[in-house]
Design a protein around this ligand. Structure first.
Ligand SMILES: Nc1ncnc2c1ncn2[C@@H]1O[C@H](COP(=O)(O)OP(=O)(O)OP(=O)(O)O)[C@@H](O)[C@H]1O
Ligand SMILES: [Mg+2]
Length: 245
């Protein structure tokens, strides 16, 4: 049975799409079958980050409207699977409609994990994906504005019926030096302010940023990839000690 995660944030630009790709790659390197579903309607980016934009002929929106078969919309890249987001959706399209597509994917292709990369914020676009998932990863950078928006995102998830047990926090672009000097919040501050359980922290990493921008393979030795790998193993049920670098 597939585990279905939505990757959300309150504030935009904090690394949801990057995290979706990093975790997808990490889990697929562990031999698991992973589908990344871009749910940022009109502003998709996973195809660019994965450098498969030329291979995308259809979106999951096309499959939902019977313009193509679902399998025609799935793009495979280096053992990882992608469904691109549509540029728009028919009026009234809701989370239950999205869930039907997800369930078909899960049934027909037997994915271990399906990650929904939500759009920024906690309104329409993001709510669509939130309502179609079973579990959530909330991404935050270690600054006050973003941290406040995590609590708002968590409240939305509770409102739509998700259990606290199924919601985890990822601190992205963490920089220990800035935390020590007080320029950025430290991990305890973030956990205390959000009340969401931490699953891992990913360091700010120039190398990973370059790779994500150019669709390049991620350097396995990079601290960001290693951090994503640890989060992936925790998602997959391993007991891994939290290491904040
Ligand atoms: N750990 C990291 N270290 C360095 N740069 C990062 C890291 N994570 C993300 N970035 C960079 O931050 C920028 C925003 O990332 P991304 O597009 O993944 O955010 P997002 O939350 O999906 O944005 P949006 O809300 O617009 O969908 C990108 O340039 C990405 O390369
Ligand atoms: Mg994004």
């Amino acid at each position: 049975m597939s585990e279905i995660y939505v990757v959300v944030s309150g504030k935009g630009g904090v690394g949801k799409s990057s995290m979706t790709v990093l975790l997808g790659r990490a889990l697929s390197k562990m031999g698991l079958k992973v589908l990344l579903m871009d749910c940022d309607i009109g502003l998709r980016s996973l195809d660019i980050i994965l450098d498969v934009q030329d291979k995308v002929l259809f979106s999951w929106g096309d499959a939902a409207q019977d313009i193509c078969e679902l399998e025609q919309a799935v793009v495979e890249y280096d053992g990882l699977y992608l469904l691109a987001a549509p540029t728009s959706l028919p009026k009234g399209f809701c989370s239950a409609d999205l869930r039907k597509i997800i369930d078909s994917c899960a049934e027909d292709f037997d994915y271990d994990y399906i990650f929904l990369d939500a759009g920024a914020g906690i309104a329409d676009n993001a709510l669509l994906a939130m309502g179609a998932a079973d579990k959530a990863l909330i991404v935050s950078t270690p600054d006050n504005v973003c941290v406040r928006s995590v609590a708002a995102a968590a409240d939305k998830l509770f409102e739509i019926g998700m259990d606290a047990e199924d919601i985890r926090l990822i601190i992205n672009r963490f920089d220990k030096k800035s935390a020590v000097s007080g320029k950025m919040l430290n991990v305890d501050d973030v956990i205390d302010s959000t009340g969401v359980r931490l699953i891992g922290a990913v360091p700010d990493d120039e190398e990973i940023e370059l790779c994500l921008h150019r669709g390049l393979a991620l350097p396995k030795g990079s601290e960001a990839f290693k951090a994503a790998m640890r989060i992936a193993r925790r998602i997959n049920g391993e007991e891994i000690k939290l290491r904040i670098k």
